[in-house]
Write a protein that binds this ligand. Structure first.
Ligand code: NA7
Length: 562
């Protein structure tokens, strides 16, 4: 039955970040007769690039390779000011795309979805938002992001703190660092990609009194080497866009960096050093992705490169004890996501920046005035920043209460009665091509579990293309129902697990291996992303399509009215 406060769509997209906007633009153009809508929880478009407003937030993928490739006019007009753009500039770009293509009219902001129910009898999804409005749709595309649900640290008494405190991805609007941090004792927990950017930016703010960095795990980090782009350079770059996108399509992670095909242990020590010194001077992820091909699956090779990187870090820090704390001990370079920095290590040479090594003195609890560590010391703070990351990959799904086919929940612990039935029990996704899941008919995912992530806009554009082709297939054949077969899901999930074997990153706790100590049930490693190459991923998607969408089952149901 149709409720009065109900909206209806042919395809509903959840999330208005880079994924949702790409999907909206594509579907609206391709299916002009369809009702296409987007629900977005925030009060603006932009997703990651709207929420992560913390000081120093910047893309560490080259700006040029971060734009949509389908808007040729915009590529010819748009000016990137820096080789690695600030958050504000990426957001400005996204807003401009929405303005230019008149996309806002299909986007409903301030709408947080709370429940999702698959209705077997008429093949529709029914979503209910926070204010109780129903959204009924035939097809639904998750564009919710894989790092969009922030997590606070599971530390006793964090609610007691009386100063200002916030998570980096919920940074207060209109924050003015020179005013809001003036003469303040600032503390920050977390030294991932976000923490490293935030720490560097805050350390450079002359008005702060002090900055204390609470580090649990030291992170390998390497220079970003950002530069301004002159108008002459931009002019040239515009001519090279086709070649640039082709280059991205030819690399395993869609970045514009290629590994050196040689193996570290096959070349001489001098040759090794020559390559490492060379890539160290290059911008962006060259230092991560441009090294010898065996660096991330051969322990000895990884150790050699890690030692080289450690020497670079050590050379930048005055106090050898601080340097020692800042150099990772238990994971090799590049086995976690490598944050890129612009003066991070030098920050620790400032007299007002202090490192608190939580491996030596763990946090015991938060008080109204600051943080107490295990040595009994109370670190007094006026501002406490949580750069503690996200409930990655499955997190966005966890914040919605799902009922899939046959009343099955999407998530849950296999120890509980309800969780036994869960489609992805114990946060372990099971998908076909990372885009579809059993018992979740008519659902498609962009940047979902089991997809290759890499250079996000490149991956997004491909996923949207595939989903769009699939929707076209449904439309052409009057299918109101599509679901992957159990065999296809088993085989793909198995392939995802196999592809991650041998990678050293697979042996390390990080959001990439599904571990988050702040989320219940996420203490055991899982394979949540596709570590095979983006090239292989695209090949498999194309193969399925060419074989009439092998792996998917379709149906036309007589009672399939919305
Ligand atoms: P990350 O990379 O997950 O980093 C989170 C950081 O917070 C990391 O240093 C954690 O230490 C630390 N953390 C988390 N919980 C705690 C507690 N309870 N106590 C102390 N320290 C803690 O998130 P980011 O936001 O930096 O980056 C996420 C991605 O966004 C990034 O890879 C980019 O692709 C963009 P740990 O290492 O777990 O010991």
């Amino acid at each position: 039955s149709i409720q009065r406060n109900e909206q209806q769509y042919d395809v509903l997209i959840i999330g208005a970040g880079l994924s949702g906007i790409c999907a909206l633009h594509n579907f609206r153009k391709r299916f002009p007769s369809w009702r296409v809508g987007v629900l977005e929880a925030a009060d603006n478009v932009g997703g990651t690039w709207y929420c992560n407003r913390y000081p120093g937030a910047r893309v560490d993928t080259e700006s040029l390779s971060y734009a949509y490739s389908w808007d040729k006019d915009l590529l010819n007009e748009w000016t990137w000011k820096e080789s690695f753009s600030t958050q504000a500039d990426v957001l400005r770009y996204i807003e401009h795309v929405c303005d230019k293509h008149d996309l806002y009219k299909n986007i409903q902001l301030n709408t947080r979805v709370k429940t999702a129910l698959w209705q077997d009898k008429n093949n529709v999804w029914l979503f209910r938002d926070e204010v109780g409005t129903h959204h009924r749709t035939r097809f639904f595309v998750s564009c919710m992001g894989f790092l969009s649900t922030p997590t606070l640290p599971a530390i006793p008494d964090i609610e007691l703190f009386q100063g200002k405190s916030f998570h980096t991805s919920r940074w207060p609007k209109d924050f003015d660092m020179s005013h809001d941090l003036a003469n303040k004792r600032v503390g920050i927990i977390g030294t991932g990609a976000t923490g490293i950017q935030t720490i560097t930016a805050i350390s450079k703010e002359p008005s702060i009194k002090s900055l204390k960095v609470f580090q649990r795990t030291a992170n390998w980090s390497a220079p970003l080497r950002n530069e301004l782009i002159s108008s002459g350079q931009m002019e040239q770059h515009r001519k090279d866009y086709d070649a640039l996108f082709q280059l991205c399509a030819s690399t395993p992670t869609c970045f514009m960096h290629q590994a050196d095909p040689r193996k570290s242990l096959e070349v001489s020590a001098d040759e090794r050093l020559a390559l490492w010194e060379d890539i160290y001077t290059k911008p962006g992820f060259a230092k991560w992705l441009g090294t010898f091909s065996d660096t991330y699956n051969n322990r000895e090779a990884n150790k050699l490169y890690s030692d080289f990187m450690a020497s670079k870090i050590r050379a930048r820090i005055d106090d050898p004890e601080v340097a020692d704390s800042l150099i990772p001990k238990n994971h090799g370079f590049g086995t976690r996501r490598v944050p890129l920095e612009s003066g991070y290590f030098e920050a620790f040479n400032q007299p007002n920046v202090h490192l608190v090594d939580l491996k030596k003195t763990p946090i015991e609890r938060v008080t109204k005035d600051g943080i107490i560590t295990s040595d009994g010391k109370e670190h007094e703070l006026d501002v406490l920043i949580y750069a503690t990351g996200f409930d990655a990959i499955t997190g966005a799904f966890s914040s919605i209460d799902w009922t899939g086919k046959d009343g099955r929940p999407l998530l849950g612990s296999s120890n509980t009665k309800q969780g036994e039935q869960a489609i992805w029990a114990d946060h372990r996704p099971r998908t076909y091509l990372g885009m579809t899941a059993c018992s979740m008919p008519n659902m498609f995912m962009v940047l979902g579990p089991h997809q290759p992530f890499g250079n996000a806009p490149r991956t997004i554009e491909h996923a949207v293309e595939v989903i769009s082709d699939l929707l076209q297939h449904c439309k052409d054949n009057n299918y109101s129902y599509v679901e992957p077969t159990g065999e296809a899901v088993d085989a793909w999930t198995q392939h995802v697990v196999e592809s991650s074997k041998g990678a050293l990153s697979n042996e390390i706790d990080s959001w990439m291996t599904g571990v988050n100590t702040n989320v219940k049930g996420k203490t055991v490693r899982s394979v949540a992303r596709y570590a095979g190459s983006a090239i292989e991923y695209r090949r498999r998607c194309a193969e399925s399509k060419a074989a009439g969408w092998k792996g998917l089952a379709f149906a036309q149901l007589s009672n399939s009215k919305l």
